[in-house]
Design a protein around this ligand. Structure first.
Ligand code: ASP
Length: 337
């Protein structure tokens, strides 16, 4: 075959391959935490999750990767005082914000996690930087802070600016209560996306639980418990009683069980959440995307705000069996002061 024909054949093969691998319909799904949410806080949560779903989906539409999309969706909620992540994080027993976050790229299974982070608005971007540039998977303590500074992250100065009045009031209420860790509003944030090339990513960010001990680490930064993504399995972000979730490695278990049994992620997630609660107590929730782009929303907490965008439609809800859809260009939620 002459060179001209070889080049033509190679070009056709390449174009065909690109059509094949970019045939996936992108979707981005977020949650805003499992827990018990009062009626007056629900519109703020729904506004935040629908906005985050749109923000992440826009990244996918601009040819961004699933990894970039979940990072941006989570950043949107980290900046929103209605969520327990970044600004608005819950407080430890001393009244300080200490945050956990993780991110995973399902195309490479690269991961980045951090714990005990203070005074940085966007922990998820630092988790991504850890994944890409630290040579490790998980950083904490002085080394985490030194790495962040080396990489050009700027800590809030003066410290303490992530603390909201709502978080202070919640800590006071917790101190005056039975001091349990399982009846809170929640508010952890997470996102999972699949892009046009079938690449999946997941990200989760949290302030943890109100009244926690200094140095307490929850499920959120633990890969396989709070977050997991693998193109071959799907992606998932967890929220809820982290001290229990991490005992059953729920993120990985949901995806792996679905794969091994050939079942959809949705019924497997529902069953495993209930199995966890039945054997160990606590409640939890998750959002997931499988390798075919199907989404799943599951929680056995009273509430969990969630939203996803696919095409021109945004779907959202705040409690079990609550399912609403909107044209993506409509925002019914009144801006909140
Ligand atoms: N899972 C988080 C933690 O235990 C809290 C939550 O999702 O509400 O830190």
């Amino acid at each position: 075959m002459c060179l001209k024909w070889k080049v033509l054949l190679a070009t056709c093969l390449l174009l065909n391959l690109q059509c094949r691998v970019s045939a996936m319909e992108p979707v981005l799904i977020v949650h805003g935490g499992a827990g018990v949410v009062s009626e007056d806080r629900t519109p703020g949560k729904l506004r935040g999750v629908t906005l985050a779903a749109r923000v992440g989906y826009q990244v996918l539409m601009a040819n961004g990767t699933a990894l970039e999309a979940v990072e941006q969706a989570v950043r949107s909620m980290e900046a929103d005082r209605y969520f327990n992540a970044g600004y608005g994080s819950v407080l430890n027993v001393d009244g300080d914000v200490e945050m956990d976050a993780s991110i995973m790229d399902g195309s490479t299974r690269a991961t980045g996690s951090l714990s005990g982070l203070r005074d940085l608005l966007h922990p998820i971007s630092l988790a991504r930087d850890i994944m890409l540039h630290s040579g490790h998977n998980f950083l904490i303590g002085d080394g985490l802070r030194a790495f962040a500074l080396d990489r050009g992250f700027r800590f809030l100065d003066p410290p303490g600016q992530l603390v909201t009045q709502y978080a202070k009031d919640s800590l006071e209420a917790w101190k005056a209560s039975d001091q349990s860790f399982n009846s809170s509003e929640g508010g952890t944030v997470g996102a999972v996306a699949i892009d046009a090339y079938g690449n999946i990513a997941a990200a989760t960010s949290t302030g943890g639980v109100t009244g926690k001990r200094l140095g307490r680490v929850g499920d959120t930064p633990i890969i396989g418990s709070g977050t997991y993504a693998d193109n071959a399995l799907g992606g998932v972000s967890l929220t809820g009683d982290g001290d229990i979730i991490m005992k059953v490695c729920l993120a990985f278990d949901v995806l792996r069980t679905a794969q091994l049994t050939g079942r959809d992620v949705q019924p497997v997630a529902d069953e495993l959440l209930d199995a966890m609660s039945a054997s160990l107590g606590g409640t939890a929730g998750l959002v997931a995307v499988d390798g075919a782009g199907n989404v799943a929303v599951a929680h056995n907490s009273l509430h969990m705000s969630w939203a996803y965008q696919r095409g021109d439609t945004v779907a959202y809800g705040a409690s079990k069996d609550d399912f609403n859809i909107l044209p993506a260009n409509e925002d019914p939620f009144v801006p909140l002061l």
